[in-house]
Design a protein around this ligand. Structure first.
Ligand SMILES: [Zn+2]
Length: 647
């Protein structure tokens, strides 16, 4: 692996050309001292920002009009002197200067065909990579490669476009495609983006094959390995308070680590998100977010934006330093460590796309996260037999390839959880032996769930808003039943403020287990993502426990809001325990401020008998017992994050 740093800063520097004296206060010593204050070992520096100006002399673009020297070179030299890595940032998708000068290079939404770009609102315009803009961008990249030979080029605001600019429409017509048909526009956009990726790779690697390329689209799409085939290290943009939420990064990491050994969790120092001058989060939030990256098997990146005058903010790097001093101390137990997963979720995003598929995946992610299971999100290329259990959430009808992979997996003893229409073929017959016969989608909604196992609130009828699918039992064990409401709520018949109560005249099976296969007859994962009802999680958690039958690699007393992960580093296992409480402040910002520690957390891990169990990085040995192939110990205190090395 190339030089992989765990304490990175993604420094934004999108600076209006109307602001005077850009970079005038840059000072090498101050820059170096501030980075040291932040315990930073890698920081992006800017070639070109979203406004479209370069921060260095250029023959192919225009330098920022109020910058008087080669700021990029000065920053690169300052970093090199203190051993800080410095990827070079180039804004690809936004270039406002070029958008203003070349309206025909601006991307046009399919709904705006023939319209000129709108410059009446503040904000950037997306550029079309199918125009001469791409040639100019490639020249900018090559100029940076020739003049600065950076370790990494970071290209931002990219992805497959849906563009109907004049050039795209003409090219689609010439290729026999219809630009009024969104499917054709999408297919054409894929080709345009592929060409962009290939040209960037050529432009970078012809000058230095060792230079890393990163293409940032804000999300690593599950099931699209072709979009990351030129990327060695994935950077997972996920600012918990910037719209991503605290559950996004664990899910994103759970997929990224199946595709690459090297990935970063990118959060921000901001109260909310990018571009927020003067916004700060509490240090405890950054301590948690960076620890979470380590726990999920990644490195850390923190977003910041520098003031136009060119000075890094001391308060910001004091804040970052509180988190990164801890990361630095933890690194010896994190570098090269590989996450251990018991369960894999075949990501719905692979076939339903991010907007729709994301709902099913979010439900599965939250249930596994909140029940502290070890899991990955996978695509169809993954080797299923690496996992003890496979979850196919709600939407996975089988084709021949999936059927064959699943049969092979089951033959090797794998355990399978299906829900919704997962496991069915096109004739609505189950492709594996679930012990039940599928009937079809239930016309009633909502329905009611009746557990045939112990639940916190006891046996009763629980509301299920998700789509229900009816089935008949053949020879499975029924672990949950269901009832319909008296009627669906319509103008002709309704009851009370919401839905009608359960009608006891008919009870039917809703969840079944046969051998290593379980089926739940609801879109249960989407249901949990949408409503978060506790009893939905109870049903899924029960079925998972039944299938796993005590074979979890780790079990602990960490509560639902906590995080438990396990990584293998050489011959030792590293347990990560995390806990914070979040609170919504302002309209909708979920913040972390004060720390509430956990005390006396019980952990047991399946492994060979160890010689010692050590709290790290404190290097304090703790007592343990070993029985039935499991080491068990009690961690006296978890204050945000505690690692335990089993050696
Ligand atoms: Zn276009």
């Amino acid at each position: 692996m190339k030089d992989f740093r765990l304490r990175q800063v993604h420094l934004d520097f999108h600076t209006s050309p109307l602001i005077p004296d850009v970079g005038a206060k840059f000072d090498k010593k101050a820059w170096q001292e501030t980075l040291k204050l932040g315990h930073v070992d890698s920081i992006t520096v800017f070639s070109k920002c979203h406004h479209g100006f370069s921060y260095h002399p250029t023959k192919v673009n225009t330098m920022n009009p109020t910058l008087k020297f080669d700021l990029l070179k000065a920053q690169l030299e300052a970093c090199e002197e203190i051993g800080v890595r410095a990827p070079v940032y180039i804004s690809a998708g936004f270039d406002e200067k070029d958008a203003v000068e070349h309206h025909d290079w601006v991307r046009v939404n399919p709904s705006d065909i023939g319209k000129a770009p709108d410059f009446t609102q503040a904000g950037y315009h997306l550029m079309c990579f199918n125009t001469a803009y791409l040639d100019k961008l490639i020249a900018e990249i090559e100029e940076v490669m020739v003049n600065y030979n950076p370790c990494e080029i970071f290209l931002d605001i990219v992805g497959e476009p849906m563009c109907c600019c004049e050039k795209c429409c003409a090219d689609m017509t010439a290729a026999g495609l219809d630009y009024n048909n969104l499917k054709d526009v999408e297919a054409f956009g894929k080709k345009v983006y592929r060409n962009y990726l290939d040209r960037v790779e050529e432009a970078v690697h012809k000058h230095n094959p060792e230079t890393i390329i990163f293409q940032n689209s804000g999300h690593v799409s599950k099931g699209r390995p072709d979009l990351i085939d030129t990327i060695e290290c994935l950077e997972l943009e996920s600012l918990p308070t910037g719209g991503w939420g605290y559950d996004h990064f664990p899910m994103s990491a759970a997929y990224a680590r199946t595709k690459r050994d090297c990935f970063l969790g990118m959060t921000g120092k901001f109260h909310r998100t990018w571009g927020e001058f003067g916004g700060f989060k509490h240090p405890n939030a950054l301590r948690y977010e960076t620890a979470l990256s380590l726990a999920e098997g990644g490195g850390c990146s923190i977003g910041d934006q520098m003031h136009p005058e060119g000075l890094l903010n001391k308060s910001t790097y004091g804040l970052i330093g509180k988190a990164y001093a801890e990361v630095e101390a933890k690194e010896p137990w994190c570098k090269g460590a590989r996450y251990i997963a018991d369960i894999a979720v075949l990501a719905a995003e692979c076939i339903k796309g991010r907007d729709e598929g994301g709902w099913y995946d979010a439900g599965a992610n939250r249930i596994l996260l909140e029940t502290n299971r070890l899991y990955n999100f996978i695509d169809l290329d993954e080797d299923f037999t690496k996992y003890k259990m496979l979850i196919l959430p709600d939407i996975w009808k089988f084709d021949e390839r999936l059927k064959s992979k699943i049969n092979d997996y089951l033959a090797k003893g794998g355990k399978l959880l299906l829900s919704g229409v997962s496991g069915l073929d096109d004739n609505n017959e189950f492709c594996v032996d679930t012990g039940v016969k599928f009937i079809g989608e239930n016309e009633f909604r909502p329905t009611y769930f009746i557990p045939e196992f112990d639940t916190v609130n006891g046996k009763t009828e629980y509301l299920m808003r998700a789509v229900n699918y009816r089935f008949d039992n053949i020879d499975a064990e029924i672990v949950a039943n269901g009832q319909n409401p008296y009627f669906n709520r319509t103008a002709e018949h309704f009851c009370s403020h919401q839905h009608a109560p359960n009608d006891r005249s008919l009870t039917y099976p809703t969840a079944a287990i046969k051998g290593n296969i379980a089926y739940i007859g609801w879109d249960i994962f989407r249901g949990y993502a949408e409503s978060g009802d506790f009893h939905i999680k109870e049903l899924v958690a029960y079925v998972i426990e039944r299938l796993m039958n005590g074979d979890f690699t780790i079990e602990s007393s960490v509560p639902d809001k906590g995080i438990v992960t396990l990584l293998q580093q050489n011959d030792r296992k590293i347990v990560h325990l995390l806990y914070v409480h979040t609170t919504v402040r302002g309209k909708d910002t979920e913040v972390i401020e004060d720390v509430v520690p956990l005390y006396n957390v019980n952990v047991s891990v399946k492994c060979d008998k160890p010689e010692k169990v050590i709290l790290v990085p404190q290097n304090e040995e703790i007592d343990f017992t070993y029985a039935d192939g499991k080491v068990s110990f009690t961690v006296p205190k978890v204050e945000i994050h505690q690692m335990i090395s089993i050696e």
